[in-house]
Structure formats: structure tokens, C-alpha cells
Design a protein around this ligand. Structure first.
Ligand code: NAD
Length: 720
């Protein structure tokens, strides 16, 4: 066999199994693009022609990655359907050749197996995986506004049955090795033993040895495929049309409100493929391709791919000399409450040891319990095994004193929101901390400089503002006060990166970026309510706009206040007093916090809370009123856009994309609107400025636009 490949290495084992090791040149991960697909086609052709080859095992020579999918930069550049079709047809021809050859093909999967990579595995006869915790399978194409286009919408239903396939294809959800095995996506899962990834060492790995056995066992016979009874019933023609596919579409509409066409298009592709079965046509081409081509060139897909790239850039961006954080060290967390315990949990997930300090053992116990429940979720999802769960929990040391903190380089402060208590903790820490250590505060509402007011080494104090729930929320605002040193910022930034978060550096200002912009939306929603608009109408307009839709639970501003708690919302609004009337809000919120009683919520039993209306009527002469959905939306969204421009004007962040990501990942601004500033630029800066001028006359000076609109034209031009 020709050994001179750029991206592949091959080795023929004495038993006739050809090992193909994928190793995309000059990339950290394996990708399928014109070049690698072309070369793989040559490798496969040679294997098929070579009579010594009895079967083929396709594996990766990269640690932690089988195949990351199709090369997204290639998809991003595709504006011509014919260009896209040419690449897709090359892939189809290759996959069909593998499928139709008499030799068995096996995908030996370790690490991420995404999109096109998973589709390649689906075109193999067998899929054998190692139980490396990084092994995960997904078809995330819908998140980029397209559908799996290398046969995934056709081969997955055949393999796992219709309901499980629809779930995977329309949600883009990740499946770890054991759940994937249970669903039939994998044939075997074998214990992971780490070896170096070279073509010569590959067959020492137990999962490769199992893959070799499968390759020698011959082709898969789909006629012998067995499904559970329920899967069979849900796949029967009538049930499938009237129940399974219908339900899938209803579920998608419920979640996306029709704003993301790709998941629905994926259902169409699956359905069309089923209709073509037995008609002598190739459903990969006939059913899937036309739908894929329409989506690939759509503006929405380009926007979603743009967001994907911004996110990846933000995750890997360096803001100074690369400084990886050593995971073999103990970090400190102060406060074992809601946030502190979750932060400690995320730290141990990533391999750090943690000392979690609170004032009393009785405050540490609920914190430990919260972490235990977080880890239990991973155990239930089979992401980790019991020994790993135990290891993680044992790596957290709950403490009530400062012993050992004199050797800790990073302390994350997540103590209750009381300035004096935070200052006191900082002073106590400074007295014993090593000289290079940093103190990262998770405060939501205090200026960092205030917390560090009395500190001896203000340059070591930085903000690391996490969001709740800490595991799921990817954003961390890194707050730089005037006195914070660049080195401290760099350390906090790299720590956030090592947790897999998206760190955005923010110059200290009231509310930082997310809460500052979001506060205008929340404050306006309460004013709308006080003016007479119902809770339902306000939240409906925001949901229609798409707020929080990407979390799977669209939510309006008043429901969001209920979620974060009116107490916290008031705390945040109060901390923004420096912004003046822009976030003044309405005194109703303090009335909703009766002394010694449970705080009120805006929603109660699925409707606006009568108790809140009662307060409004009795104290503020409230009368119900209606306003068009368009006007409500303008009143909620334009202040946010204006505040985002003010942040840019003041240099709170360096670049507009940082605001876009911060609002998407921290405040639920919908991805289909391409980011808050893109949305504003597309709406028109001058039009928005004029609208705000008019609104400031009609509703109050809080709407008066900032003075940055003209300049912003040039700044935002590059975003479009
Ligand atoms: P919480 O009330 O749940 O927990 C605070 C914990 O701090 C309590 O367990 C308390 O006993 C402990 N504590 C008090 N004094 C202490 C001391 N001297 N040393 C160590 N621990 C001490 O509060 P939380 O919601 O976890 O918030 C903690 C911090 O995180 C606050 O600064 C808050 O602004 C910030 N924050 C909260 C959220 C949120 O959604 N709750 C989001 C982002 C940031």
C-alpha cells in the first residue's frame, strides 16, 4: 500500500486487518475537508483493491479526538450550492464505497466524534469505542443552522430506530460512550488504557483489538437488526407519520418557536428518506442533499457559524504570554453557598484540588451536598464512574480556617454579598497569602475597587464573575479595576480558560457588562408593568423576540427576575445607581420584599401574580392597559442596545464581539439574531437613535440615546 499520505498512516496487521490512523496535518483535531476526504478515498480505494486486506479499522492518531467533523471554515466559505454539492458528493461516494464493499469497515472511536466524523462512523459496519471520558458522539449540525449532510439523517434511523435518531439529529445533543452504546450508536465500549498514538502502537489498545475482531467478523447484516418493541411501533409507517414525526416537529416548534429552521428540515430529510426506502433511489442524495444545500447558503447558517467561530476564538484567545494553569495544585474557594459550592465543583471536575472555606461547618455541609448532587448527575449520565465521583469529592476539603491558604496561588471569593465581610476576608487572606497569589472576587454588585479599598496589594485583586448555574453557563467576566495588574488579569483569565469557560475581560464599571446591559431590560419591564401592561404581555413580547430561547426555555424579563430572585434583582439594580435614571426602575420591587415574609414573584400559578397587581392598584392606582407587541419589544430591547454602545464608547470591553458573546452566553440574547450589536447594526443605527429620541419624549429621559451612534457606524461595519 502507498504509505505517502499527508493525513493518514496505515499498517497491515498479519491477520489481514488494515489499520488506518487519521492525523490531519497541521491541525489539533481531525477534520473532513476536500483534502482529507480526497486522501481518505485513495486510502480506501487501495484497501479495497489489495487482496491481502480482509477488513479495515479506522482510528485516530490524535489524543482525545476521533474526528471533530467537517471543516467548518470550508462550510462558512460556501456561498455556491454547486461547490457544496461537489464536496458532499465526494463524501457520499466514499461512504457508499465503504458500505457496499465486501470488506468490513470499523470505526474505532476514542475522544470526540462529531458531525461528519460521526457520519463517517455510521457508514462503517461497526463502531467500537474506548470508555475514555472524552469519548462523545454528536450530530451538532443543527446548531450551525444546517443538517447532517453526509448521510447522517439516513443512516442513524436505520441503526438506532426513528425516535432515538430524531432526538440526536434534531437536538445536536452529545452522547457519552455508555449512553451511546445503550442507544445502539456503538456496538462495543471497551476499557480505556492510555497509549501513545502512533500507528505502530495503536493495536496495543484494547478498544483497537476489539475493533480488529469486529473487522474480521465480517459485514453487518441490517436484516438481523433488532429494536425494542416500542421503537418498532414508533417506526411503523402510520404511527411514524401521525405520532413520531408529528411529535418531533411539535417539540421543535415548542422550543424554537420557528426561529431555527434546521431541526425541522432535519425531520423533513429523515421523513423523505423513509419514503424513498425500497424505491431504488439513494436517499442520502435524493432526500438529504437538496435540504442541506438550501441551508448551507442561508444567512442564518452563516450567522450561527460566525458565532461558533467567535466562541472558539474567545475560548482559545491569549491576552498575554501563554500561561497554562497547573492542574496539580490546590485552589481556594471562600464561601460554600449557592455559587461558591458550584465553583468548587467545577474546579474539581477539571482536576484541581480545592479548599472550600466557610464560617461554620453547618454552612459547609449544604455546599458539599450541592457538589455531591452535581457529581451524581455525571454518574447517572455515565460520564464518570463511581471511583471518579469519589475522587472528585475527596479532592474538596471543607474548612473553617485559613490553614494551608499560605500555599494557595488562586483564591476565588464567593462570600455573601456584604462589602464589610468581603473586605474583612480579603484582609485576613492578605495577612497569610503567598506574594504572587491572586484574590478573585465573584461579586455581582460591588465595585472591585471598593472591595480592595483597604488592601495592601490592590494589584492582586481581580473579579471573576461566574453565572448561575456555574457548570452550564460558559461565560466568566474577568473584571479589571484600575489597580489590578495585567499579570493578575492574565492569571484569572487563564484560570477561566482552564475551566473551559469563555473569559471576557471587562474594565470595572457598575454591573460590569452583562448585568449593566441586562439591568436596563429588567428595569424597563417593571416600569411597563407599573404602567398597566400585564406580566403576560411583557414576557410574551420578550419571548417572541427570542430571549433565552437557546437555553431550551424561552423566558421574559419578569420570569427571569423570579428565577434570579427579586432580592438579587433589587441588589443588582441598586448597585447600578451610578447609571442614574436609565435603571431607576420602580419602587414596586421593594414592596415585593415584605419584611419577614417570603419575597413575591411576578408569576404565580402560570399567570401574573394577583398579589403584585394588588400592590400596584392600592399604592399606585394601577389600571390595566395594552400596548402593541412591537412597542413593548422596542421598549425592552432598544435600551439594551443603547447600553451596549455606551459600554463600547467607554472602552468597557475591547471589541464588539465580546458584548455579543457576553449577552448571548450570560443573558440569553438569542443566537438567531446574530448578537446584540449585529442586531442593532442591521436594524439601523440612525433609525435606532431616532426611535430612542422619540421614546425619550414619549416615555421619559431614560431613553435618551448616547452620543456614540455616528462613530458606532464604523465600529460595527466590520461586524456585518
Ligand atoms: P450565598 O448566600 O448562597 O452564599 C454565601 C456563603 O458565604 C454562605 O455560605 C455564607 O456562610 C458564606 N460566608 C459568609 N461569610 C463568610 C466568610 N467570611 N468566609 C467564608 N464564607 C463566608 O450567596 P451566593 O449566591 O453563593 O453568592 C456569593 C457571591 O457570588 C456573592 O458575591 C454574589 O454577588 C455572587 N454571585 C451570585 C450569583 C447568583 O446567581 N446567586 C451569580 C453571580 C455572582
Amino acid at each position: 500500500m502507498n504509505q505517502n499520505y499527508q493525513h493518514f498512516k496505515t499498517r497491515l496487521l498479519p491477520n489481514g486487518v488494515l489499520l488506518i490512523g487519521f492525523d490531519t496535518k497541521d491541525k489539533k483535531v481531525n477534520v473532513l475537508n476536500t483534502e482529507t476526504v480526497g486522501e481518505l478515498t485513495s486510502v480506501v480505494n487501495s484497501a479495497l483493491e489489495d487482496t491481502k486486506v480482509k477488513g479495515v479499522v479506522l482510528a485516530s492518531l490524535k489524543q482525545g479526538c476521533f474526528i471533530a467533523g467537517a471543516d467548518i471554515s470550508e462550510i462558512a466559505a460556501m456561498t455556491d450550492k454547486e461547490v457544496c454539492k461537489a464536496l458532499v458528493m465526494k463524501v457520499h461516494n466514499l461512504f457508499l464505497k465503504m458500505e457496499e464493499s465486501p470488506k468490513a469497515f470499523v470505526a474505532a472511536i476514542e475522544g470526540v466524534c462529531l458531525g461528519g466524523g460521526f457520519e463517517l462512523a455510521l457508514a462503517c459496519d461497526w463502531r467500537v469505542a474506548s470508555d475514555n471520558p472524552k469519548t462523545s458522539l454528536a450530530l451538532p449540525e443543527v446548531k450551525l443552522g444546517i443538517i447532517p449532510g453526509f448521510g447522517g439523517t439516513q443512516r442513524l434511523p436505520r441503526l438506532v430506530g426513528l425516535p432515538a435518531a430524531l432526538e440526536a439529529i434534531t437536538s445536536g445533543k452529545t452522547f457519552y460512550a455508555v449512553p451511546a452504546l445503550k442507544r445502539g450508536m456503538l456496538d462495543d465500549v471497551v476499557s480505556h488504557i492510555k497509549f501513545e498514538k502512533t500507528i505502530d502502537a495503536l493495536d496495543k489498545e484494547p478498544f483497537i483489538q476489539q475493533a480488529v475482531k469486529r473487522a474480521l467478523s465480517g459485514k453487518r447484516n441490517f436484516a438481523l437488526q433488532k429494536f425494542p418493541l416500542m421503537t418498532k411501533i414508533l417506526g411503523m409507517p402510520i404511527v411514524r407519520d401521525y405520532v413520531t414525526l408529528k411529535k418531533a416537529r411539535q417539540m421543535i416548534m415548542k422550543q424554537t418557536k420557528g426561529n431555527y429552521p434546521a431541526p425541522l428540515a432535519a425531520v423533513d430529510a429523515v421523513e423523505r428518506g423513509l419514503e424513498l426506502q425500497g424505491k431504488g433511489l439513494r436517499p442520502y442524495v435524493e432526500a438529504e442533499l437538496p435540504i442541506l444545500l438550501d441551508l448551507v447558503v442561508s444567512p442564518l447558517s452563516k450567522d450561527l457559524i460566525g458565532i461558533f467561530f467567535s466562541t472558539e476564538r474567545a475560548k482559545s484567545r491569549e491576552i498575554g504570554p501563554p500561561m497554562p494553569v497547573d492542574r496539580k495544585q490546590t485552589l481556594g474557594v471562600l464561601g460554600a453557598g449557592l455559587m461558591g459550592s458550584q465553583i468548587a465543583g467545577v474546579l474539581v471536575d477539571k482536576g484541581f484540588d480545592v479548599k472550600m472555606k466557610d464560617v461554620k461547618p453547618e454552612f459547609l455541609c449544604p455546599g458539599m451536598d450541592r457538589i455531591f448532587k452535581m457529581e451524581l448527575k455525571d454518574l447517572k449520565k455515565k460520564i464518570i464512574k463511581k471511583p471518579e465521583l469519589e475522587q472528585r469529592l475527596l479532592r474538596i476539603e471543607p474548612v473553617t480556617n485559613w490553614d494551608g491558604f499560605d500555599r494557595i496561588q488562586y483564591v476565588i471569593e464567593s462570600i455573601l454579598e456584604d462589602l464589610a465581610v468581603k473586605q474583612q476576608a480579603l484582609a485576613e487572606w492578605e495577612a497569610i497569602a503567598p506574594k504572587d497569589a491572586i484574590f478573585a472576587s465573584n461579586t455581582s454588585s460591588f465595585p472591585l475597587s471598593k472591595i480592595a479599598e483597604k488592601a495592601k496589594n490592590k494589584e492582586r485583586v481581580v473579579g471573576m464573575h461566574f453565572f448561575n448555574p456555574v457548570r452550564q453557563m460558559q461565560l466568566v467576566e474577568i473584571i479589571k479595576a484600575e489597580a489590578t495588574s495585567d499579570e493578575t488579569v492574565l492569571k484569572a483569565y487563564n484560570l477561566a480558560k482552564s475551566l473551559g469557560k469563555i473569559p471576557i475581560v471587562v474594565k470595572e464599571c457598575p454591573g460590569f457588562v452583562v448585568n449593566r446591559i441586562l439591568a436596563r431590560y429588567l428595569a424597563e419591564s417593571i416600569l411597563l408593568l407599573a404602567e398597566g401592561i400585564s406580566v403576560e404581555d411583557i414576557d410574551r413580547a420578550a419571548k417572541k423576540f427570542g430571549m433565552a430561547i437557546d437555553s431550551g426555555h424561552a423566558m421574559g424579563p419578569l420570569e427571569l427576575c423570579d428565577y434570579i430572585g427579586i432580592k438579587t434583582a433589587v441588589l443588582v439594580l441598586n448597585s447600578l445607581k451610578a447609571l442614574g435614571e436609565r435603571v431607576e426602575g420602580h419602587p414596586l420591587v421593594t414592596e415585593m420584599l415584605p419584611k419577614d415574609k417570603k419575597p413575591l414573584t411576578f408569576w404565580s400559578e402560570g399567570k401574573g401574580n394577583p398579589a403584585v397587581y394588588e400592590i400596584l392598584k392600592s399604592k399606585y392606582g394601577w389600571q390595566p392597559k395594552t400596548l402593541s407587541q412591537e412597542e413593548i419589544t422596542k421598549r425592552l430591547m432598544l435600551p439594551m442596545a443603547d447600553e451596549a454602545l455606551r459600554c463600547l464608547q467607554e472602552g468597557v470591553v475591547e471589541k464588539p464581539w465580546q458584548i455579543n458573546l457576553a449577552m448571548m452566553y450570560g443573558a440569553g440574547f438569542p443566537a438567531f439574531r446574530a448578537g446584540l450589536l449585529n442586531w442593532l447594526a442591521r436594524r439601523g443605527l440612525e433609525k435606532t437613535r431616532q426611535d430612542l429620541e422619540e421614546m425619550s419624549v414619549k416615555y421619559g429621559k431614560r431613553f435618551a440615546p448616547c452620543s456614540f451612534y455616528k462613530e458606532a457606524e464604523q465600529v460595527l461595519e466590520k461586524l456585518m
